[in-house]
Each structure stands twice: as structure tokens, then as C-alpha cells.
Ligand binder design. Structure first.
Ligand code: NDP
Length: 405
């Protein structure tokens, strides 16, 4: 029985709040705090049990510390934006509150996702006797745990990892992003980096493409290799990995829009002068695009996200694939959100449950793959993200159609 504070009332925040509200035996009291309290109240109105709401600017450590000291939650679930990670961690330390997030810190003025800033908090969280759980969404999050689960139960050593994130959903707009547009566009326009032979190798964005046949009738999709933040922590925590790559599906239409927007400077993160005022092009663009939290009713189709892991067991080569399939409309029926927010919000709720129930409560700063995957995997089946594991032919290779194998 614990009081929890959720920070961020966007697409993911709405799902986390719904899922926590479904488990009063774990989350006995919920406070939803965000920059715009009206959005918290709108989410609260969708629930069948009462929660409290608050307004907070999470960039302001003093203001957030004061709120935490007066509300005294056991844990903060940070589903605001990556820019707020460090200020929320500082406030948690000052107020003696456990911490969880779904995306690693990124400075506002540099499109650079790195864990190093948050890993530097290790000693402070240990000293305070507090747990900070990093990256408990789907990717990062479930994908890290899938890797840890496969390594634990199916292999003596893992050597190659391909994380494949397919969104076969269609929202009917010419161009929209499924989560925060600014974060999404910064992520997909960044140079690609993948782990190979003990180091990160940089290649141009979207320069390597493969064709992937999803299981269970989800369909066949073009997937592009890109950098994703879990590669940093997984290559550190599984040093036997010789290669680790992340792939995401994009439609030709999405890529064409992105190319044109990039060519005319609309995806830039540097401020420009416009009619006597400074604007950041990507922020202006984000303000014009559909709000991801409104895509739920119109998105149809399925997501299929999973990990293909190669390694050895008892001296033999082996390849395993562990995945979840989520249906956008089923997610919407349950929590009034599409599957991208759903697949992020459910693992955030489960990670919070792991801390509050003591399974994953250990002072320090942890990536999810450093914890025992078993109780988390059991809860994924229980709370809306069922998964399957299948063995592939050891000769299996992704069908690369552009860029070198
Ligand atoms: P949204 O933009 O929909 O929501 C973000 C929310 O945070 C908004 O309500 C916003 O307030 C609030 N917020 C922003 N700045 C502040 C601040 N300074 N103080 C308080 N509240 C603030 O984003 P999403 O819900 O799509 O994404 C939330 C997080 O989840 C992001 O960090 C994203 O990177 C991560 N994510 C992780 C995934 C994973 O699988 N690991 C997948 C998808 C997302 P306002 O309403 O006023 O704008």
C-alpha cells in the first residue's frame, strides 16, 4: 500500500495513471502532477477511483522538492520529458523519494541521449538509501528485460542482439508521431550508432534497411537501423555482446515528410530569429502536429516489438526471439490511449510495482536489465502485455535490403 506521484500528464502519463488506478492494493494513493494541471484533471475524470492532481514545473527543483515534501509519496514515476530527468532525480534525493523513468536524460540544446549523467547519481542514491530505476518503458524497458530474460533462461552466453520495433498502426494523418513529436524527431534524425566489436560505430541515419516478417499475421515491414538508448546500457551490462542493433519500422510516407521537413530546416534544434523573437524550429513544428495523446480513437493495427538474441547453449549456436504484440484499438478500449503510450505506460507501472513490492528495491541507480527479469515478465502477462518466445533457425539473419550486412 503506497502513495505514488506520477509526473507528466501526456500520452504515457495517462496510461500509467489508468494502470496504477487499476491496482489499489499496490498504489493506494495516486497524485498526478504536471505543468498543466487541467490535463491531469482530464485524465483523473476518466478513472473509476479518485486521485489527486497538482501543478508543478519539474524543471524547478525547489518547487518540486516542496511538493514532494508536502505529499510524501514513496515513489515518483517520471513520465514528463527527458529534459526533466536530472531535476526530478535531484528533488527525489532532497525529499527522500524513490525514482523511476522511461527515457534517459537529454540536454535541451544537444540531441544526445546518454546515461552518463544519470549513472553519476549512483553514489548519491546509495547514500540516501533510495532506488532509481532507469528506462522502464517498452524500448528502453521491456526490450532490456526481454534480453536479460533470454540471457538468463536460454543461453550460456549471448553474442548478438537485434531489437526490432514494428508499429503497424495507421492513424490516418499524413504525418504525426506516436509519442512526443520533439523527442521522436530528435531520435530518428540523429546519426545511427550500433555496437560492434567493442565500440559504437556511427553511420548516417536510415542508411541500413531490412525487411521483417512479423509473427502471428502482423505483416511484413521495412525496418531501419537507428540508435536507441538501450544499446548503451545493454552493451555495458552484457559485455559478451559482439553486436547490438536497434531497428524501427517507418513508412515511406513518414520518411518522405521527415526528409522534406529536414531539408527546409524545420527539424532544427537551434533557435532562429523570427519576426523579432527567437523560435526553435522543431518546437514550432511540434506545436503544429497532432497531439499524440489524441491519436487513440483513430489508430488501427498492431505493434510488434521484440528481441532476437543469438548466442551459445551447451556449445551449440542458438537464436531466440521474444516479442509482444499489442493492438491499438484494444489498448484504446481499455485506457483510451493508442498502443505506443500503452506499451510504455504498462512497463512503467510494473517497474513501480517491482520497487514498491520490494522485488527491485535496492539503493542505487539501476537499468532494468540489472534486476531479476522473472517477476517483471510474469506481470507483463498479467497486466496487458503478453509475450511469446520462439526458437529460430540458427541460420536466421535479418533480410538486409539496403546497406551492408
Ligand atoms: P507528452 O509530450 O505527451 O507528455 C509529456 C508531459 O510532460 C506533458 O503533460 C507535459 O506538460 C509534461 N511536462 C513537460 N515539461 C514539464 C515540466 N517542466 N514540468 C512538469 N511537467 C512537464 O510525452 P509522452 O507522454 O509521449 O512521453 C512521455 C515520456 O515517455 C517521454 O520522456 C518519452 O521520451 C518517454 N517515452 C518512452 C518510451 C519507451 O518505450 N521507453 C516510448 C514513448 C515515450 P504539458 O501538458 O504542459 O505540455
Amino acid at each position: 500500500m503506497s502513495r505514488v506521484m506520477i509526473i507528466g500528464a501526456g500520452g504515457v502519463g495517462a496510461v500509467v495513471t489508468h494502470k496504477c488506478a487499476q491496482l489499489p492494493e499496490v498504489f493506494s494513493e495516486i497524485i498526478l502532477a504536471s505543468r498543466t494541471e487541467a490535463k491531469c484533471k482530464a485524465i483523473a475524470a476518466q478513472l473509476s477511483r479518485p486521485i489527486r492532481t497538482a501543478r508543478v514545473d519539474a524543471d524547478n527543483v525547489a518547487e518540486l522538492t516542496e511538493l514532494l515534501q508536502s505529499e510524501r509519496p514513496a515513489l515518483v514515476i517520471n513520465v514528463a520529458l527527458p529534459y526533466q530527468d536530472l531535476s526530478i532525480m535531484d528533488a527525489c534525493l532532497a525529499a527522500g523519494v524513490h525514482y523511476l523513468d522511461t527515457a534517459n536524460y537529454e540536454p535541451l540544446d544537444t540531441a544526445k541521449f546518454e546515461y552518463r549523467w544519470q549513472w553519476e547519481y549512483q553514489d548519491r542514491f546509495v547514500k540516501a538509501g533510495l532506488t532509481a530505476l532507469l528506462g522502464s518503458g517498452f524500448d528502453p524497458g521491456a526490450t532490456n528485460i526481454f534480453t536479460a530474460y533470454l540471457a538468463k533462461h536460454y543461453f550460456d552466453e549471448i553474442t548478438e542482439l537485434d531489437i526490432v520495433d514494428v508499429n503497424g498502426g495507421d492513424h490516418g494523418y499524413p504525418f504525426a508521431t506516436n509519442f512526443n513529436p520533439e523527442i521522436n524527431i530528435r531520435e530518428v534524425t540523429a546519426d545511427c550508432r550500433h555496437w560492434e566489436g567493442g565500440e559504437f560505430v556511427t553511420t548516417p541515419a536510415m542508411s541500413k534497411k531490412a525487411r521483417f516478417d512479423c509473427p502471428d499475421g502482423v505483416g511484413s515491414y521495412d525496418i531501419y537501423r537507428m540508435y536507441h538508448e538501450e544499446l548503451e546500457s545493454l552493451s555495458k551490462h552484457f559485455p559478451s555482446l559482439r553486436r547490438a542493433q536497434f531497428w524501427m519500422s517507418f513508412s515511406d510516407n513518414y520518411l518522405k515528410h521527415l526528409e522534406v521537413l529536414g531539408n527546409v530546416g524545420m527539424t532544427g534544434i537551434e533557435p532562429v530569429q523570427y519576426q523579432g523573437q527567437q523560435i526553435v524550429p522543431i518546437q514550432f513544428l511540434a506545436s503544429l502536429l497532432p497531439d499524440p495523446s489524441t491519436l487513440g480513437p483513430r489508430t488501427k493495427g498492431k505493434t510488434c516489438i521484440g528481441c532476437i538474441v543469438r548466442g551459445h547453449k551447451d556449445g551449440k549456436d542458438k537464436v531466440m526471439y521474444l516479442y509482444n504484440i499489442a493492438d491499438h484499438q484494444e489498448c484504446y478500449r481499455e485506457v483510451q490511449s493508442q498502443a505506443i503510450s500503452y506499451t510504455t505506460g504498462v512497463p512503467a507501472m510494473i517497474g513501480a510495482k517491482m520497487i514498491l513490492e520490494g522485488h527491485w528495491c535496492e539503493p542505487g541507480v539501476w537499468n532494468v536489465e540489472q534486476r531479476d527479469p522473472d517477476p517483471f515478465m510474469a506481470d507483463m502477462n498479467r497486466y496487458g502485455l503478453p509475450w511469446k518466445v520462439v526458437e529460430l533457425d540458427p541460420a536466421f539473419r535479418l533480410d538486409v535490403v539496403q546497406g551492408q550486412e
